[in-house]
Design a protein around this ligand. Structure first.
Ligand SMILES: Nc1ncnc2c1ncn2[C@@H]1O[C@H](COP(=O)(O)OP(=O)(O)OP(=O)(O)O)[C@@H](O)[C@H]1O
Ligand SMILES: [Mg+2]
Length: 365
């Protein structure tokens, strides 16, 4: 709705909606006609048959032509239950055809062969996870768009305890790397590794307890903030305590605004978190990830600025067109004159300077 209103899309959307409604109306008319014919057939026919039997049978009885009135009444009763049986069969038949149509879809889903590699037996679930993450010569394309390679023999290594950032133009493939590390997809070739083993070999439950994600468009569920942070850990043996939930929220910078809400941690966030701002949702998603005390934390941020904090990163990979085009620390990459990273930083500095100049001029005038 906000999109429709802010782009004045009402009339165009209205026309689209009217078109769909017209289609629906036509289909309903067809259905009504078919039902009418069916109703006529099922109510008229038995009555017609009864009338015929009465007429012809009545004459046979009156003319004493081999039929007694008792036999005619018995025949009519028999006819009544027979036609009822037929009409029941009709309605059962239509329910069966409807159910078959629906069952077809359900069975299609059940029988769909999984596209992922089967888990080894038993799947990996080591007692210790160091958190070394690696993409090795990974080539990948999305099943929905097989014609377009998204990652092209990409290599990346994040040692335990190190902070590695992927930066680069929109559509370069950063979120796709994250999706592979989350084991949402499998690479076409190459390997996605955690502690030197393929991520597909790990027990999924174990894996997602050690590798947490805050996605670019975090998803919250229609429940309280506490339940959103706890998500998936309720009733588990290591369910976090109230103190641990608060600790995660403090770390994520969410605690203060949560306390400012009417019901604090019990505030309902609404369907998809509609009652919260984008930044608040993101902070709750970070608290949700931190609450699990993951060994690997994947943060997929849409518009993170390259600022002075970038100096604290252990390594920066510049990803463009599914390839790592530059790699190094902030200072090293800035030193590469004409390099992609220094260009990105320059663009940002330029934008900031332009904004500053405009502000200064406005203040002067
Ligand atoms: N689910 C999907 N199905 C098909 N193609 C996709 C899908 N998700 C992303 N793509 C395509 O894959 C390419 C890489 O997308 P990706 O989301 O990894 O980019 P990104 O570097 O994270 O960009 P941004 O900085 O805008 O978040 C893009 O060309 C995009 O169109
Ligand atoms: Mg992205």
């Amino acid at each position: 709705m906000p999109t429709v209103r802010s782009f004045a899309g009402g009339p165009a959307q209205g026309r689209l909606y009217r078109g769909k409604l017209d289609e629906y109306y036509d289909l309903n008319k067809q259905e009504a006609r078919a039902y009418g014919a069916y109703a006529v057939a099922t109510t008229l026919l038995p009555n017609l048959v009864t009338a015929l039997v009465l007429f012809y049978g009545g004459q046979l009885v009156l003319n004493e032509d081999g039929l007694t009135s008792g036999q005619l009444v018995s025949f009519l009763l028999l006819l009544g239950s027979l036609s009822e049986g037929f009409s029941n069969m009709g309605s059962i038949f239509s329910s069966i055809t409807q159910a078959l149509g629906a069952a077809d879809k359900v069975f299609e889903l059940i029988r769909r062969p999984p596209q992922s590699t089967p888990l080894p037996i038993p799947p990996l679930a080591p007692a210790f996870c160091s958190g070394k993450v690696e993409l090795r010569d990974v080539t990948f394309r999305y099943p929905a768009r097989p014609a377009r390679p998204v990652l092209n023999k990409i290599n990346m290594l994040a040692e335990p305890g190190k902070v590695v950032a992927l930066v680069g133009p929109s559509g370069g493939g950063k979120s796709s790397c994250v999706a592979l590390l989350e084991n949402f997809y499998e690479p076409e070739s190459g390997m996605v590794l955690l502690d030197g083993r393929k991520v597909q070999e790990y027990d999924p439950h174990w894996y997602h307890r050690h590798v947490s994600i805050v996605s670019q468009e975090p998803m919250l569920y229609a429940r309280s903030i506490r339940q959103n942070i706890l998500f998936g850990l309720e009733g588990e043996p290591d369910e976090p305590s109230e103190g641990e939930i608060i600790e995660a929220a403090v770390l994520a910078g969410a605690h203060d605004f949560i306390l400012g809400l009417q019901s604090g941690y019990d505030t309902e966030v609404g369907e998809r978190g509609v009652c919260l701002s984008g930044g608040q949702k993101q902070r709750i998603a970070i608290a949700r990830a931190l609450c699990r005390r993951p060994r690997v934390l994947l943060l997929d941020e849409a518009t993170s600025a390259l600022d002075s904090d970038s100096e604290n990163l252990d390594s920066i990979l510049v990803v463009r067109d599914g390839r790592v085009v530059e790699q190094g620390t902030h200072t090293e990459l800035l030193g590469k004159v004409g390099g992609m990273y220094s260009q990105l930083v320059c663009k940002q500095v330029d934008a900031l300077e332009t904004a500053n100049t405009i502000c200064n001029e406005q203040e002067k005038s």
